[in-house]
Design a protein around this ligand. Structure first.
Ligand code: NAD
Length: 582
């Protein structure tokens, strides 16, 4: 690993290869790898943490450059792995407790470290990724066997099916032959295809022997522990649990009962598969940093408690048109979830106010950036500044939009230009400039566009506005198809009538100024009577991102219009002919 200092630690008949990065005076973070891996699985996360922490990685016995115990059978028990961990900690941080992070089997063994008495006082915090405690797992199974409701039986069967490889690893010799033969050769390609792990210098050449030796991790521990789980496996340090929601090997339900074992638990989720240290190093490093810093500062509980705080805490979210209505409500909802907010609006004061409200709501940071989304150059400058100062976005919400009502024949080319410039070009600029960087980073993300029910419900009264929104809807669908292989979701949110300031600024064509003003007032009154709050649209936005939905109609009329357009298009066309009386 580039820039790492290496040393050897002798313990229990093996020699462990230990690598260190960063200043040893800083808090120590120990990263423990899983199966079939070596410490290199952490290389991307380690370099990101090294600027702020003393980062320590070691090859688990029998893996990477550490030597293997002889005989192998009985050489990988959790008790021996705990001895190894303590020997490493004695060597790298003799006077201060360390912050422990484990992935896969690194997490399984770390659960042992953090729940046995002899490590008490040596561990300041534990971040667990994709690897449960075997004791907790044993109790989880017991509870479901003793009271098998249909739901719990389903959970048991679900996890049972995901554990197919564990049964295989218990067969003698076969796993060793497979790993030292064809499986070992194909593994990097399998990881790339099935797990979207980027290729390169990982996995390392030691993979076949790591995997062959590592089979003993399972054989020496799994059956014995699941049969007789320890009754007192309580964590003696705060725990942060990062759960990849698309893990092919572990069900999310495994962690349902975890609060029973962990007095101070912080939950985080990611919409990805198992190998998060390789596929999402930025997010994993950021959450470790945040957690370690909060524990060291004496604040182990996360500040954010809003909807989906587990998913969005610390993420960078940019909302356009954030100065009012749906945009402001969305920025605040993400802030309540602990995200970092960039509030963009052409109205600088309104954007600043939103940033202030976002900070009060619990944002991990909030900044106002005045910009006109229809101005390509201004958007380029904005993107440059955001990427430079705050980083690559995790979520982009293209919300800025303006209203325009009036028949086609009374709509001037100038009217068309204005509405398309903001409602469509604004979205195009946002997706191009911020989406490109998201794709380039290769660590996923999400783009939301605020379209409208007008995108699929035609109306003689809104030809230009509806056209702009239909274009946004189609753009979202196309982009969703293009960006899916890069792990970037795209969602079109389609509200109906929402009580915001949009009516006060909407343009009405074909009438004089006095009549336009009257129509604005009247439509504002009607929207007020309908009284659907923008906060509910914001909730729908967060839910949609969390669930990666493609098209989300919000408000009953938007849902009805969507159904009509699909199943009763004739009726939808009849409604289009109705002239609203304003
Ligand atoms: P709003 O007028 O309350 O807020 C829009 C915000 O966008 C304002 O702060 C405004 O300053 C900003 N903005 C306008 N043009 C901009 C530009 N060129 N650059 C940067 N900022 C700009 O409106 P809202 O109802 O919250 O609308 C938000 C989005 O929701 C729009 O895209 C709108 O079309 C869509 N929408 C609204 C409704 C509704 O009933 N309110 C229904 C469906 C869709």
């Amino acid at each position: 690993m580039k820039g790492a200092r290496e040393r050897w630690v002798r313990t229990g008949g093996v020699e462990l290869c230990v690598a260190e990065l960063g200043d040893p005076e800083r808090p120590t973070v120990v990263l423990v790898h899983g199966y079939p891996d070596s410490k290199e699985v952490w290389s991307e996360v380690a370099v990101r943490l090294a600027g702020r922490f003393h980062v320590v990685l070691y090859d688990v016995r029998g893996h990477g450059r550490s030597t293997a115990p002889r005989p192998l059978r009985g050489g990988f028990t959790l008790a021996k792995l705990t001895d190894d961990f303590l020997a490493v900690v004695d060597a790298v941080s003799p006077d201060r407790p360390v912050h422990l992070v484990g992935h896969d089997w690194g997490s399984v063994q770390s659960w042992e470290f953090v729940t046995v008495g002899r490590t008490e006082g040596r561990i300041a915090s534990f971040t667990s990724i994709s690897g449960p405690s075997l004791d907790h797992f044993g109790h989880w199974i017991d509870a479901r066997l003793k009271r098998p409701t249909p739901r719990r039986a389903g959970q048991l069967l679900g996890q049972g099916a995901k554990s197919w490889y564990v049964y295989l690893l218990h067969t003698p010799v076969l796993p060793e032959l497979a790993w030292r033969g064809p499986l070992g050769k194909r593994w990097p390609k399998i990881l790339e295809r099935a797990e979207r792990v980027p290729g390169g210098d990982y996995p390392t050449g030691s993979l076949p022997s790591d995997a062959a030796h590592g089979a003993w991790l399972y054989r020496d521990n799994v059956r014995a522990r699941l049969r007789r789980p320890r009754p007192d496996a309580y964590a003696h340090a705060p725990v942060q649990l990062i759960t990849p929601r698309q893990d092919a090997f572990l069900s999310e339900r495994l962690y349902d009962d975890l609060d029973r074992w962990v007095p101070r638990l912080t939950r985080r989720t990611l919409p990805v598969k198992h190998w998060v240290p390789r596929t999402r190093p930025d997010q994993v490093a950021a959450w470790i940093d945040q957690f370690v810093t909060s524990v060291d500062g004496g604040r182990p509980a996360p500040a954010a408690t809003g909807r989906h705080a587990d998913r969005f805490a610390g993420q960078l979210v940019l909302v356009t048109g954030a100065g009012s209505g749906i945009g402001r409500a969305t920025a605040i909802a993400f802030a309540e979830a602990g995200a970092r907010i960039v509030a963009v609006d052409r109205d600088a004061e309104a954007a600043a106010r939103t940033a202030e409200l976002a900070r009060l709501a619990g944002a991990a940071g909030a900044w106002a950036e005045p910009a006109d989304v229809s101005d390509e150059q201004a958007m380029e400058v904005l993107a440059e500044k955001v990427h430079h100062q705050y980083g690559v976005l995790d979520v982009l919400v293209n919300n800025a939009g303006i209203g325009l009502a009036g028949s086609f024949l009374t709509t001037t080319t100038d009217d068309w230009r204005k509405v398309l410039d903001v409602n469509l070009w604004g979205v195009i600029h946002g997706c191009r400039l911020f989406g490109a960087r998201m794709a380039e980073r290769g660590q996923g993300g999400h783009i939301v566009t605020i379209a409208s029910a007008a995108a699929y419900q035609p109306s003689r009264a809104l030809p230009a506005y509806s056209t702009s929104k239909a274009a946004v809807l189609m753009l979202s669908e196309c982009l969703r198809a293009e960006l899916a292989p890069r792990g970037i979701g795209v969602t079109a949110v389609c509200p109906g009538f929402v009580n915001t300031g949009i009516t006060a600024t909407a343009r009405f064509t074909g009438v004089d100024e006095a009549e336009e003003l009257r129509r604005r007032r009247r439509s504002a009154r009607l929207y007020g009577l309908r009284n659907y709050p923008p906060e509910k649209v914001a909730t729908a936005v967060l839910d949609a991102v969390a669930a990666d939905r493609a098209v989300v109609p919000v408000t009953p009329e938007a849902k009805a219009a969507r159904l009509l357009s699909r199943f009763a298009p004739r009726l939808s066309r009849r409604i289009a002919r109705v002239e609203p009386r304003l």
